[in-house]
Design a protein. Structure first.
Length: 389
């Protein structure tokens, strides 16, 4: 199954020259017959899919077969991820009993599992063994590349196969790329990452775009230079390309993009509510508990001291850390000592604006109290008291 590009992709990718070079080098290494594994991790929307999509062209040039599959929690049936990658041809035609004996046996086993999901352990073990063999031998004839996307959502049996392979070292004559978000945390994924790390896998953390690349992406999307007001909003995206695309798309859809002397800029504020809604949907995957705490944190500002959030929330500091750990791993907040900083002010604003008026006033009142206790300057405390009215 191939992954399809989201609207908003511009080509070539901005700000990713080094990462593209790295991947191309690794693909050439695999094309020379050496197995390489890459763990590509990055926050939601940072550009993992876009980057691995770029491998298509290089694979074609190097005549390396490319197999890709994307895990989704919806398709959680056993071995879904590996079946998609290995048993279905890129044309979409089923492989079925027409393939090699191993593939035929696997097809039978999977069918039996579907029919009777509570079936014998022996069936799972056999399928694990066969998938591992298939992966190991796939490159016998020619080198290949395997991209498994979003392994944080992968079915557990597929992860078990990948774990077994890790214990044996890189897949021969293959570039294997596993992409993942740091959240949700799954122990079986952590185990897999550790095993591949021990097996010498390369870890590539895809970071947000820098300020220049952020503006360049927006300019590519709107098709010309962008003005100061739109740049202001872009600066709150924390360099996340998906949020950049959201900003541009929402402004355009609301008719808020105006060209003056060839420069496109946003005007008015009627696109702000729809933008907040889009952004809130983007972080929904963090779950209600994390979002509630982050919503409370949004009252404290872009950066805040964790102890102040704890007294605002009325919870022990340790509990706050435990909850916020997920927000931290997701990059929504970043730690600076005992302070936390929102990674994307756009997200903070969307969460703040998502609080209902009553709740917001109550939180400002509590913030005033908590900050006064902690010795914050009068002016800051007064600011909260004003918004508590
Ligand atoms: N370097 C880039 N240049 C231009 N557009 C980009 C770049 N990186 C990402 N995009 C665009 O940003 C959006 C999100 O990118 P992408 O889907 O690749 O992120 P992801 O990391 O795979 O996200 P997810 O965690 O949801 O899988 C897409 O519209 C994509 O086309
Ligand atoms: Mg993706």
């Amino acid at each position: 199954m191939s992954t399809s590009a989201e609207p908003g992709r511009t080509w070539p990718l901005v700000g990713r020259a080094a990462e593209l070079d790295d991947l191309d080098d690794l693909l050439s290494t695999a094309a020379d017959g050496v197995g390489v594994t890459v763990l590509l991790e990055g926050e939601a929307g940072v550009g993992k899919t876009s980057l691995v999509d770029a491998l298509r062209g290089s694979a074609r040039l190097l005549d390396v077969e490319l197999r890709t599959a994307q895990a989704t929690a919806m398709r959680g049936w056993p071995f879904a991820l590996l079946s998609d990658a290995l048993l279905v041809r890129s044309s979409g035609a089923g492989h079925g009993p027409g393939g090699s004996p191993v593939e035929a046996e696997l097809a039978d086993l999977l069918e039996a599992m579907h029919a009777d999901p509570t079936g014998s352990i022996a069936r799972y073990d056999r399928a694990t063994e066969l998938f591992a063999a298939l992966l190991r031998r796939h490159g016998d004839l020619r080198p290949w590349a395997l991209v498994l996307e979003d392994v944080h959502e992968a079915d557990a049996p597929s992860l078990a196969v990948l774990l077994q392979l890790a214990h044996e070292g890189a897949v021969p004559r293959a570039l294997v790329v596993l992409t993942m978000r740091p959240v949700p945390y799954r122990p079986e994924l952590a185990e897999l990452v550790a095993a591949w790390t021990r097996a010498g896998a390369r870890y590539l953390e895809l970071r947000p775009l820098n300020a220049r690349a952020t503006v360049e992406l927006a300019e590519n999307l709107v098709g010309g230079p962008v003005g100061p007001s739109l740049r202001g909003t872009l600066a709150t995206t924390g360099g996340n390309p998906r949020l950049v695309a959201d900003v541009v798309r929402t402004a355009r859809a609301a008719g808020a993009l105006v060209a003056t002397d060839g420069v496109l800029d946003s005007t008015g504020s009627r696109w702000m509510d729809p933008l907040d809604e889009v952004v809130r949907r983007r972080v929904e995957y963090l779950g209600p508990e994390v979002l509630e705490l982050l919503g409370q944190a949004s009252v404290l500002g872009t950066s805040f001291v964790i102890a102040d959030l704890a007294s605002l929330a009325g919870d022990p500091v340790a509990d706050c850390w435990r909850t916020l750990r997920h927000g931290l791993a997701a990059g929504v907040v970043r730690a600076r000592g005992d302070r936390l900083v929102f990674g994307h002010d756009l997200v903070r604003e969307a969460l703040y604006n998502g609080l209902d008026a009553e709740q917001r006033r109550a939180l400002h009142a509590r913030a005033a109290w908590a900050l006064r206790q902690a010795g914050a300057p009068t002016q800051i405390v007064t600011g909260h008291l004003e918004r508590a009215r």
